[in-house]
Design a protein around this ligand. Structure first.
Ligand SMILES: *Cc1c(COP(=O)(O)O)cnc(C)c1O
Length: 410
């Protein structure tokens, strides 16, 4: 009865793709993890790593409790009473695209305050849905002034203004965000803020500053894993989403469909349950620390790192008044490439730092778990030794001493 037996072989004439020869992860990953001091992802606490190893039913009662707590904790971190907090399976850019493409559509007038690479990404997302985008390009290396943004708002009359709180690419801090948001509000525009690298590292009181959408990722200030992100809409932003002329083009990023999962315990897509559990733990640790103490820790550590870098005679890229604390940009000494510095410090000191997207800098992060004193000493030492090895005349002992002095005085 040959015909009854099922053949597990592929048909004779089909081409077989052979299984590739690979090695297990254990022989790819370093024995001791590298210290992640770049612009993200950042080190994660044990509680976050442990939660990330758990899978539960994405629609059960346990998940409902978890989602309720994630929203409640996120409202504290965003400093908002708005109901419309939600998550998204995707990078910070997915949260950005969810905010921009739900609020903007064909013909929407969007003013993008542009400080660099990430600000531009919001403009590009708005353009792709057919919005009428005006760019206010701020000269490299400085914060946007409230006056120039108010002038651009008066000229262009936007329905939406987008801006980053911290432009990670060139390490500029938009320190006048509160007055810029107020000017936009006064002119009747909704304000969308990219806080991917800054949320929980410095104040961003969403309600107090009148912000309509705040975007964040997991792998930076929050010290969670990459790939699960959070955002919050104000009530006016939510009303705009609900009165869209048509559904948005991106089904996965449709905020009204995401409402099913994040507010009605029902199905949109299968949520990244492990990542949501990880985010829960990351948020719980922020709440346990309190925002006030977390901001103070970031300020103290970033200031000390900056003091250490300058004392060893390296130059910081951005002037004090516009300098971001969450990611510190260090001007590359003459003749060195970012790739050389990053490769050397990684290979010889097992510390990862970041290059850049064009600016002549390397970047060291001060987000979440990166802001620990023992990490700072190891990083300053590794950076100083790397520069010395690459032929730069640095005073490493002076850098370490300045780091210690700054920490002790804070
Ligand atoms: C990292 C970052 C992003 C992008 O986040 P991804 O998770 O890489 O998509 C956007 N904006 C800012 C300010 C960032 O620092």
């Amino acid at each position: 009865m040959k015909n009854d037996s099922v053949s597990l072989d592929l048909p004779h004439d089909s081409k077989k793709i052979a299984c590739p020869a690979v090695v297990p992860l254990s022989s790819i990953l370093p024995e001791e993890p590298l210290l992640m001091m770049g612009a993200g992802p950042v080190p994660i606490p044990d509680a976050v790593a442990k939660a990330n190893g758990v899978v539960i039913n994405h629609l059960g009662s346990t998940m409902a409790t978890v989602i309720g707590q994630v929203k409640a904790m996120a409202r504290y971190v965003f400093q908002t009473e708005s109901k419309w907090v939600m998550g998204v399976a995707g990078p910070g850019s997915a949260a950005m695209e969810m905010a921009v493409t739900n609020l903007a559509w064909t013909g929407t007038r969007v003013l993008c305050v542009c400080n660099g690479f990430f600000s531009e990404r919001m403009a590009e997302m708005a353009r792709r849905v057919g919005a009428d985008v005006e760019m206010l390009v701020i000269p490299n290396g400085r914060a946007a002034e409230a006056g120039e943004v108010a002038d651009a708002i008066a000229r262009f009359r936007p329905e939406i203004v987008t801006i980053v709180q911290g432009e990670t690419s060139n390490t500029v801090w938009n320190r006048h965000l509160a007055s810029i948001a107020a000017a936009a509000r006064e002119a009747g525009a909704l304000v969308v803020v990219d806080a991917v690298c800054t949320l929980s590292t410095m104040p961003l009181p969403m309600d107090e500053w009148g912000i309509d959408a705040v975007i964040t990722g997991g792998q930076k200030g929050l010290s969670s894993i990459p790939g699960v992100s959070l955002l919050a809409f104000s009530e006016p932003a939510w009303q705009r989403i609900k009165s869209r002329p048509a559904a948005p083009a991106h089904w996965c990023l449709d905020a009204s469909l995401a409402e099913n999962f994040w507010h009605n315990a029902s199905y949109h897509y299968t949520a990244p349950v492990s990542g949501v559990l990880a985010l829960h733990e990351a948020l719980r640790l922020v709440c346990a620390e309190t925002l006030e103490r977390r901001f103070a820790r970031h300020l103290k550590c970033s200031n000390a790192l900056q003091a250490g870098i300058e004392a060893m005679s390296l130059k910081l890229y951005v002037a004090r008044e516009s300098r971001l604390n969450s990611v510190v940009g260090i001007r590359l000494p003459e003749g060195l490439s970012g790739a050389d510095v990053c490769a050397h410090i990684s290979r010889h000191h097992h510390v990862e730092i970041a290059g850049s997207f064009g600016a002549p800098i390397v970047r060291i992060g001060q987000m979440g778990e990166q802001c620990r004193e023992h990490h700072l000493f190891r990083t300053v030492h590794a950076l100083g030794r790397t520069m010395h090895d690459l032929g730069v005349d640095v005073d490493l002992p002076a850098g370490v001493a300045a780091l210690e002095r700054s920490l002790a005085a804070a």
